[in-house]
Design a protein around this ligand. Structure first.
Ligand SMILES: Cc1cc2nc3c(=O)[nH]c(=O)nc-3n(C[C@H](O)[C@H](O)[C@H](O)COP(=O)(O)OP(=O)(O)OC[C@H]3O[C@@H](n4cnc5c(N)ncnc54)[C@H](O)[C@@H]3O)c2cc1C
Length: 574
């Protein structure tokens, strides 16, 4: 089947929906999502969205900008960070006017809570900057934006899985998508395509991410010739529920929760004397694992305790209800009376499709745009998070840059001509699917996936070494070979999860290779990338973005300078 729109948005998380609202003002737009729109991972965001509203304490956007630059370990582009920090208050008031039910202060203003790495006065003390709706912040924003889209008659194609981008003469002019319910292929012709496909946490064994976070958009862009930027920077959130990785939001510590080792000691006091448990995530995750290495994990195991027992039932039940529910259901722990067992869990991709502040995907270090192709949200690298993202800055990123991409796409489609894809694209995809279905190889998707997740967790997670990364890269390449020999059990056309798992695994193997390559290349420690064989940050050699481009041979690595405007790199102390 064929469809025609001015613009196609792939992804119905916050980035995709915010962009669609903008584009829908005067252009035709369709949102394609492989899961039902409101099941997008944005709906799982718990803790908050950052903006210097100064509703609870003195605050301003320059402090927010400084914290984000410092949090990024000076790898974030400062012009982009400035854009985001300045636009944050407007973004929150816009959400308020659209109907997002934020928590309130006693005076009726939007309430704010503390979050890791957010400080007042350039690092002097923690500041309350995260706006929130209990611990369901992502849920309420996603539902509100979705309702806004419905009111505006924006067309949704839910449970459609995008298989590939249509590229004619270097211009992106549509996508081919697979309808889950019927197995039919659809060709979407458009003047512009926005990738808003979210993260890729599923590459690692322990993750807070949803099953759908398999990095499809990043892999589609990569295969189409767009470089991926800073993929070696993978965030591990310090507080995933032990063994499961399900997230206990940083809001728990923002409200006063404390991490303790087997001695009951508040160990973060030793590592970050000023902001303690509210140090940025890369640091806290490393500190937890240092405690475990020093034999101070609980019961000698690889986890510590998150203690909220002193917060009182009122705070826990009203502001942290969701996560206490998770602790009860998944860890069997009553957080009002006992500590929650936690360990670092793969949470967020700082890297992604290289793109500029207006969502344009760029092809090279000079910023040459990939005509017709845009990216926003977690799948994009703008880069506002650099080597480490601060909590509550991602929801903000999705909305600020989702909107800006929408504005840019609207402008572009006004004058762009309407391309028409040749039928060959759909035929090629149909052949690819039928080839996958008819293979009788010995390998199974599930076992390759498990091996990939295991090797990435063991050798490319919080601590990294040249030897381990080299092994990881070799093993990922072997798994890419094995992948050629997979066979599917389900040959049907109705909700064929077996087929989709195989397609997603192909994407994740591509990205795992890029992550391992970037991590090997970057012989320094910066933000979330900790090379134990190169423990120091090396600004002389590595104050640059890593870009990786797909080629027919091995992927090609090149660099792009970091934009520094106001804050010169300094040692990062908290
Ligand atoms: C548990 C959890 C809690 C979090 N809490 C916070 C928080 O408190 N504050 C904060 O700032 N950040 C938080 N984050 C991070 C933040 O939620 C995400 O980075 C952000 O929501 C990503 O939004 P997105 O719009 O980029 O993508 P997502 O919301 O992940 O949406 C991706 C969309 O792409 C679609 N898609 C993907 N591939 C395809 C394909 N092949 N075909 C069709 N559709 C496709 C999916 O169906 C989905 O609609 C949290 C993340 C997690 C996992």
């Amino acid at each position: 089947m064929e469809h025609q729109f001015d613009a196609i948005v792939i992804g119905a998380g916050l980035a995709g929906l915010r962009a669609a609202i903008e584009i829908g003002e005067d252009s035709s737009v369709a949102v394609i999502s492989k899961v039902f729109a409101t099941r997008s991972h944005s709906g799982a965001a718990q803790g908050g969205i950052g903006a210097a509203l100064a509703n609870e304490e003195d605050d301003n956007w320059e402090w927010h900008m400084f914290d984000t630059v410092k949090g990024s370990d000076y790898l974030g582009d400062q012009d982009a960070i400035e854009t985001m920090a300045k636009d944050a208050p407007r973004t929150i008031y816009e959400l308020e006017h659209l109907g997002v039910p934020f928590n309130r202060t006693s005076e009726g203003k939007i309430a704010q809570r503390a979050f890791g790495g957010h400080t007042s006065n350039f690092g002097k003390a923690p500041v309350k900057r995260a706006c929130f709706a209990a611990d369901r912040t992502g849920r309420v924003i996603l539902d509100t934006l979705w309702e806004q889209c419905l009111q505006r008659d924006i067309k949704f194609f839910d449970e459609f899985h995008v298989l590939s981008l249509i590229i004619e003469d270097g211009r992106c002019c549509g996508v081919i998508a697979y309808e889950l319910a019927t197995g039919k292929l659809h060709t979407f012709n458009s003047k512009a395509v926005l990738l808003a496909t979210g993260g890729a946490g599923k590459i690692f064994k322990t993750t807070s991410n949803a099953f759908a976070s398999t990095g499809d958009g990043m892999a589609l862009a990569y295969r189409a010739g767009a470089p991926l930027e800073d993929m070696e920077f993978v965030q591990f959130h310090p507080t995933g529920i032990y063994k499961l990785g399900i997230l206990i939001s940083e809001a728990a510590r923002g409200e006063g929760g404390i991490l303790r080792n087997s001695d009951g000691e508040r160990f973060m006091e030793r590592y970050a004397p000023v902001i303690k448990d509210l140090a940025p995530r890369d640091m806290v995750s490393r500190c937890i694992l240092e405690e475990v290495r020093a034999g101070k994990g609980i019961d000698g195991k690889d986890y510590v305790h998150l203690d909220m027992t002193h917060l009182g039932e009122e705070v826990i039940n009203t502001k942290l209800a969701e996560i206490t529910g998770f602790a009860r259901t998944y860890a069997g722990v009553d957080a009002t009376r006992e500590p929650i067992p936690v360990q670092p869990t793969c949470h967020y991709m700082m890297g992604g499709v290289a793109s500029d502040v207006d969502g344009r995907v760029v092809l090279d270090a000079e910023g040459t745009p990939f005509e017709g192709l845009y990216a926003a949200g977690e799948c994009a690298c703008v880069s506002v998070h650099g080597a480490n993202r601060l909590g509550c800055n991602s929801l903000l990123d999705t909305l600020v840059f989702g909107r800006r991409s929408g504005i840019e796409i609207r402008r572009f489609v006004q004058t762009a001509d309407t391309p028409k894809a040749s039928p060959d694209y759909a035929k090629k995809e149909a052949a690819r699917i039928s080839d996958l279905m008819s293979r009788d190889g010995k390998e199974k998707t599930g076992s390759i996936m498990a091996r990939m997740q295991e090797v990435m967790m063991d050798k490319a997670s919080v601590f990294r070494l040249e030897t381990g990364l080299t092994e990881a890269l070799e093993q990922i390449r072997e798994l890419q070979e094995s992948y050629r020999n997979i066979s599917l059990q389900d040959k049907g056309n109705c909700f064929n999860r077996d087929l989709l798992d195989a397609l997603e695994l192909g994407h994740m193997l591509d990205l795992a290779e890029v992550i391992a390559m970037g991590a090997l290349y970057r012989e320094e420690s910066r933000g979330a990338h900790c090379r134990e064989d190169f423990p120091d940050r090396n600004d002389e050699k590595f104050l640059a973005h890593t870009l990786v481009r797909h080629t027919d041979d091995v992927p090609q690595i090149f660099e792009k300078p970091v934009t520094i405007t106001r804050f010169q790199p300094k040692e990062r102390k908290y």
